[in-house]
Ligand binder design. Structure first.
Ligand code: GLN
Length: 290
């Protein structure tokens, strides 16, 4: 229990200890208990992190301390930080999140970088499949104002959230449509670029019982026994929606790169490449439809 009248410094120390004791946020590498404590206290105080460092002796008011305590209690149950505070920063954007969608991950910024590095025409048509919060679609649109970007998701709640994120980030021109993969697209529609961070986890992967994924929608995470059901479908269908020379970029799990590269090659894609994230995990496989 946090007593009223504690300073910022004491509140942080209390939260860090209790999160560490409960082995929350512990990936064995980062002091995530300290990071989570700061993010949650900032949310409770409505301040930036620099404020905590500048004013460690300030005493938050009673409501702020109560809010912080409730947030820490949720976190102890494993509830993801992003769901507690209601947003996640991704690329240069602040994105509202909800339990209808996956929480954007920093690894996905690799996919955004790779897409931006392609030599695509200025006025490209771009499609983000399974857009969730709209993270990838909005990041691309924020860098390439002439691209015409569409995000699809089969969840209505996700589509509404993505639309809100577009407006809140000054990108209302990005179009979000409810669609089960390509189902709502006219067969005439063609894209220079299709990107996706689809569900790709194996249905019985033990990781699903650990950390944030326990609270995220299974429909955004798992995809059959080998995790590749949706990716196979996307590769198979995407050729009907790509212009000649168009690219398909797929985010995936660590051990799936070779199989996805083979699928792309067997569907006739060229220039197939597997790209690695900062942890040196195979993370994105891409190919060009020529
Ligand atoms: N990268 C997420 C994880 O491993 C999974 C995201 C996904 O299935 N697209 O937690």
């Amino acid at each position: 229990m946090l007593e009223a009248g504690v300073t910022i410094e004491k509140a942080l120390a209390w939260a860090r200890t209790i999160l560490t004791e409960n082995q929350i946020s512990d990936d064995g590498v980062h002091d995530s208990a300290a990071i989570d404590s700061k993010v949650l206290l900032c949310a409770a105080l409505g301040c930036e992190q620099v404020y905590l460092h500048t004013w460690p002796d300030k005493v938050p008011n009673k409501t702020q301390i109560q809010t912080f305590q409730q947030m820490i209690e949720k976190r102890i149950l494993g509830y993801p930080v992003a769901y507690i505070i209601g947003f996640k920063d991704f690329w240069s954007l602040r994105l509202a999140v909800s339990e209808a969608t996956l929480i954007p991950r920093p690894e996905t910024e690799l996919l955004v970088e790779l897409a931006l590095n392609l030599a695509l025409p200025n006025t490209s048509q771009v499609l983000d499949l399974g857009t969730g919060t709209g993270a990838i679609a909005l990041a691309l649109a924020s860098e390439q104002s002439k691209w015409s970007v569409t995000g699809l998701d089969k969840s209505h709640d996700a589509v509404n959230l993505a639309k809100k994120n577009g407006k809140d980030n000054g990108l209302p021109e990005v179009e979000f449509i409810q669609s089960n993969w390509f189902s709502s697209l006219s067969s005439e529609k063609k894209f220079e670029l299709i990107v996706t961070n689809p569900p790709y986890i194996e249905t019985d992967d033990y990781h699903l019982k650990m950390g944030d994924v326990r609270f995220e929608p299974a429909s955004a995470l798992t995809s059959g026994e080998d995790g590749l059901d949706d990716i196979r479908f996307i590769i198979h269908e995407s050729v009907n929606f790509l212009v000649k020379g168009g690219w398909l970029l797929i985010e995936h799990g660590n051990r799936q790169g070779d199989r996805i590269a083979d699928l792309l090659v067997s569907k006739g894609f060229s220039n197939v490449k597997i790209e690695y994230d900062l942890n040196e995990h195979a993370r994105v496989t891409m190919g060009q439809f020529i």
